[in-house]
Each structure stands twice: as structure tokens, then as C-alpha cells.
Write a protein that binds this ligand. Sequence first.
Ligand code: UGA
Length: 430
Amino acid sequence: MRISIIGSGYVGTTIAACFADMGHEVVNVDIDEEIVAAINSGKSPIHEPGLDDLIATHGGDMLTATTDYDDVLDTEITFLALPTPSREDGSIDTSIIEAAAESLGGTLQDKDGDHVVVTKSTVIPTTTTETLAPIIEAASGKTLGDNLHVAMNPEFLREGTAVEDFLDPDKVVFGAESDTALDTLHGVFEPLIEQTDPAIVDTGIEEAEMIKYANNGFLAAKVSLINDIGNICKEYGVDAYEVADAIGLDNRISARFLRSGLGWGGSCFPKDTAAIKSAAREQGYEPRMLDAATEINDRQPVRLLSLLDNHVDVAGERVAVLGLSFKPGTDDIRNSRAIPVIEGLNKRGATVVAYDPVATENMRERFPDIKYADSPKAALDDASAALVITDWPEIADLDDEFDTMSTPVVIDGRHAIDRRDGIVYEGLTW
Ligand code: UGA
């Protein structure tokens, strides 16, 4: 099948490469000429395990990139994979995907026959049918349901494991209200369905839009709930990880997303919980549970710092911050829990020495004035305390590197480090 994808972010590029690998002819449209050139020369424009190989194999061949919307005309289906960022007040900003819908519609004026447009981006229910479809109809002169069809196909990829998640999904959700849209979507995913037999959810467009928010909201709330329970555990000297291991054996709870500690960051959970809460309020509904999830999440870095205060007055002292990315396996620092922790340390007058295997340059833009070390050992040298923010394997493996600290206080936000002789160790919830 011939497929076009608008947007070459981590979702757009990953699905483009994976569709090409499934045997489809894929064109990826993006306004950024550098990204386009990278893909056409077989290089991945983003850091994502497994993507380099797929783009090296298919880039410039089954997968081509372009800045020209006209290339969409040779395809049967277009996926919109554009950012839907948060506004200041947390509500969703759809201006980028709306602009893309307008450009796509203008191009589709010249298309004969059916075309299916699929929202891949995370959008509030009714966005596809009430915002994007009218824009495409007006710009293309086509009528919805006649030879223009819209659908919604939410994405559940995690950064750092996006290719793996795409190629072996738990479920694939198709939100479609016309047979043409549904059949075309099934055609796109057929090779994957045959290979991995995921659960297929055929549903309405608004339901598909909501499923994405429900999925992320539920997981964010699950982590916040285990953090709430974990904070109570800590008050009693109980190890929240032993508790989580036991409750995770109950199939109704499941063992995944039960790692308590510093909480969630990244580009998805914070943005999506804020957007669905804001949308709920617009409808006159108070989303109390999701509010509590956010509040608990905001509190975890504060609790980490208060544990630190119990051991050391850090004013004028070196403090090692170990890990800066929002989770291991990525250089993404968006909403990383390292940010409020560093702000808190700066407020206390500490000299922050930060280390991360890949995210240093990104964090340097956010905090140009703190010190950055090029190894965990250099960060720990002469430090009065160490804070573990991201559970990178090389941080979890630290051992006698702690010996050169001036006072070996280690506050672990991720259950990464083992208690050992010679260090004063505090876990956030254990
Ligand atoms: C998340 C979802 O897991 C994906 O399914 C979804 O497609 C994606 O958002 C999205 O909307 O695009 P991602 O943000 O890449 O993926 O990362 P996760 O692995 O879900 O982790 C999110 C945050 O939760 C991280 O900061 C992680 O450290 C934290 N977390 C996760 C915990 O604190 N404890 C856990 O048990 C699990």
C-alpha cells in the first residue's frame, strides 16, 4: 500500500520506518529540510533504538521523505503525526495539526478517488470530526463520507522502545466511521496483525481519541497511586518495592508501572493529563483523581529534597545529581524530575554537579550555570550528597565510586542503588 505520514517526530518517523519494513511504500512529509535529507540518506533524525537500522535499510527506497505535500497525491492514506503541545494553562494546542490539515486539504483538491486521513497525534475527543475534518473538507472541496474519509489510530509507543512497541503491540485501535476508512486501516496493519496477532479494537473516532487519554491517564495515576502508598510505606519503614511485588501478583493490579519513586516526566504523561483535565473542566467536570495524580507527582521531588535536608545542610556543598533524562534510554529531559530537584538544590545554595550519559547537552540549555561531570565518579568526587534521579544501568552499577565523597549520603529516587556498607542510604519509598 502507498502511505503518507505528515510529521517526522519520534512517532511519525518510527511508524514511517516500521510501515516501510512491513512492505509498504511510505512517504514522510516534514517542513524541516535537515530531517528530510537525513531520512533520504538512510540516517535516523532521532535517537531511538532500532530506528537507525530500519532507516538505513529503507531510507531513500521504500521510505522517502519530502517537504512537498504533492507527494501525498500518490498515496491512499495519510497519517497526521504532528505535535499537540500544551498551552500555558495545560489545554491542548492543536494549531500545528490544524495547519497540516489545511495544507493536506489544499493538496487533496487534485486527488481523484478516495483518500483516508488518519489522526495519529493525541487529540481531545471530537477534534478529528469537528475540527480537522471540516478544515480538510473546506480546503479540498471534497465531502466527508463521499471520497474523503477520516479516522483515528492512537499510538502507544514509549520513547526508547518505540520500534519494539510498534512491532509487537498489545493492541491496535482503529477509530473509524466508514467502511473505506476501516478497510484501508486494516490493510495497512495486516502484515503486523498476521505476524503478532495483537488485540484489535474497532471503535468510533471519539472513542479512539479518548482511549489514548484514558491509557496515559490511567498509567500516570497508577504510578502516582503507588507513590502515594510508597510514601506511607516510608513513614512506617516498610519497603514499598516488596509491597508492590506482592500486589503486582494480583492479575487485577498487574506488576507493570508499579515502580515508586520520583514519579513521571517526559513529553506524554504530563501533557496528556493536563490536556484531558483541562478539557474535562471545559465540560463542567472536576477530574479529582487526575488532579490528585498530578499533585502527588509534583510532591515526589519535594520529598526527595526533604530526605536530603534530614541528612545534610547543602548550602555551599557539592551535591551530585545522577541522571538527567526523564527515564533511561533517552536524551529527552522534558518534564524530567531532575528539573525540580536542581531548582530545589539551587534554592538551597548547593553547588550542583550533574551527570547523565546522554542528556547533558539538553540540560545545559535549561541550566547553563550548574556544573556537569563527564562520569559519575567525577560527579561524586568530594560531594556531600548524591541524588539518584534516573535509573540508567551505569548509575545502578555504581559501587566504590561513592568512596571519594566527602560525606557519603545517597538519596535514591529510583530504587537503583543497593544499600551497602560505607554509605548512608535513603530510598524515597523504601
Ligand atoms: C508513555 C506511554 O507509556 C506510552 O504508551 C505512550 O504512547 C506515550 O507515553 C505517548 O503518549 O506518546 P513514555 O512517556 O515514552 O510513554 O514513557 P513511559 O515509559 O511510559 O514512562 C513515563 C514516566 O513514568 C517516566 O518518567 C518513568 O520514569 C515513569 N514511571 C514509569 C515510573 O515512575 N514508574 C513506573 O512504574 C513506570
